[in-house]
Write a protein that binds this ligand. Structure first.
Ligand code: NAD
Ligand code: DAU
Length: 353
């Protein structure tokens, strides 16, 4: 099976490839990535020499490049992670989000339609498009309730609006052209190899550097945290056992207020580094809130559990400790990302391709 993994050099995509490339030697995995600021090929070092792995530097928003890629690779399965993914960046500059998340998804769907045909008219080839999406498409919950697959879309940020648009396009291709698609809408991921602009790696890094820990608003916003490998396993479970055309919500059943996340991280980092916890707690700083900040996300994952037999393996406590240890053991990874040196290395090695 030829598997195109878009966004494979990012946080979740690279963790996915690190799990699946060695596990399925008979499948060929092609990482399709523009290599934006959020990509890091160091994250793929363990698989980059594998016989069943290849890298294609492609901007999915560039139709000609996508068309050429599909002519060369004709995939059986597309797992679509590639996106601009950071909410704060979408507020500062939404254009790239519309380009990559909407136009990029559209280009991939068009390329699949060209390669696989219209199943309503008899498919040329059996394929599957797995779209990796987010719980943010549902907007914000109040103090009660959970997102189900039937919850109305109500996105708040340019990021979540662009992801919602991409979900609509994927469903439209299923209904109109009979394209075999599946969608997963997942809650907040954390774990190794996450770019240190997101809450958890940013806080760990600031603790190590004794910098202020910026908490938006009052720190009372709630997220449902899931360890990244559990998300990757959920995607594979849906690909293998989910029903074509269906959507599955994925979550960790692990709701935490942001302030609780920061306090837990302070405790773990203090233990793991032999620091006094009060020194880290004293770095907490309340800052201006994010505009349009969703109050609460929480997932009802009954459907994926019932139909695909998936449940998360890590608890918040075990996953957080693993994550802190990874960042402590891989300070060079973070330093390289932050200093821009790795960016320069990638441009020197992959620039102009
Ligand atoms: P990330 O920002 O870490 O990685 C995104 C990857 O996509 C990078 O490697 C980047 O180079 C690549 N990319 C960006 N624009 C591209 C383009 N035009 N062409 C080709 N490649 C491009 O993101 P992530 O956190 O790994 O998220 C992956 C997917 O999962 C996204 O679709 C995101 O919406 C979704 N998701 C993320 C989370 C989370 O908590 N991180 C939760 C639910 C869903
Ligand atoms: O819910 C899934 C989504 O989770 C994904 O679709 C997104 O790609 C991913 O980035 C994430 O979005 P969030 O906005 O929830 O994640 P972030 O890490 O940016 O923020 C988590 C919470 O922490 C949020 O309530 C904002 C807050 N926060 C964030 C940062 C970066 C702070 O209080 N301080 C910070 O410095």
């Amino acid at each position: 099976m030829n598997v195109l993994v878009t966004g494979g050099a990012g946080f979740i995509g690279s963790n996915f490839l690190n799990l699946m490339v060695p596990r399925y030697p008979a499948h060929r995995f092609v990482c399709v990535d523009k290599l934006t600021y959020a990509a890091n090929l160091q994250s793929l070092e363990a698989v980059s020499g594998a016989a069943n792995y290849a890298l294609e530097r492609v901007d999915i928003a560039d139709w000609d490049a996508v068309d050429r890629l599909f002519a060369k690779e004709t995939p059986d399965l597309v797992i679509h992670f590639a996106a601009e993914s950071h909410v704060d960046r979408s507020i500062l500059g939404p254009r790239d989000f519309v380009k990559t998340n909407i136009e990029g998804t559209f280009n991939l769907l068009e390329a699949c339609r060209k390669a696989w045909g219209n199943t309503k008219e008899g498919a040329k080839k059996q394929g599957l498009f797995h779209h990796v999406s987010t719980d943010e498409v549902y907007g914000s919950l109040g103090d009660e309730g959970l997102f189900t697959e039937e919850t109305r879309y109500d996105p708040s940020s340019p990021y979540s609006a662009s992801k919602a648009s991409s979900d609509h396009l994927v469903r439209a291709y299923s209904r109109t052209y009979g394209m075999p698609v599946k969608i997963t809408n997942c809650s907040n991921n954390y774990g190794p190899r996450q770019f240190p602009e997101k809450l958890i790696p940013l806080m760990i890094q600031h603790m190590l550097e004794r910098k202020p820990l910026p908490i938006y608003g009052k720190g009372l916003n709630v997220r449902d945290w899931l360890y990244v490998d559990d998300h990757c396993e959920a995607i594979w479970a849906v690909i293998e056992r989910g029903v074509v055309g269906e959507t599955y919500n994925v979550g960790g059943n692990s709701e935490k207020k942001n302030i609780e996340v920061v306090d837990t991280l302070c405790a773990i980092v203090a233990q793991e580094t032999g620091t006094k916890v009060d020194e880290l707690l004293g770095l907490k700083t309340y800052v201006t809130d994010r505009p349009g900040h969703d109050l609460r996300y929480a997932i009802d994952a009954t459907k994926i559990r019932r139909e695909c037999g998936w449940t998360p393996k890590e608890t918040f406590e075990t996953g957080m400790r693993k994550t802190v240890r990874w960042y402590l053991d891989n300070r060079a990874w973070v330093e390289a990302v932050k200093s821009g040196e790795y960016r320069k290395w990638m441009d020197a090695n992959y620039g102009g391709r």
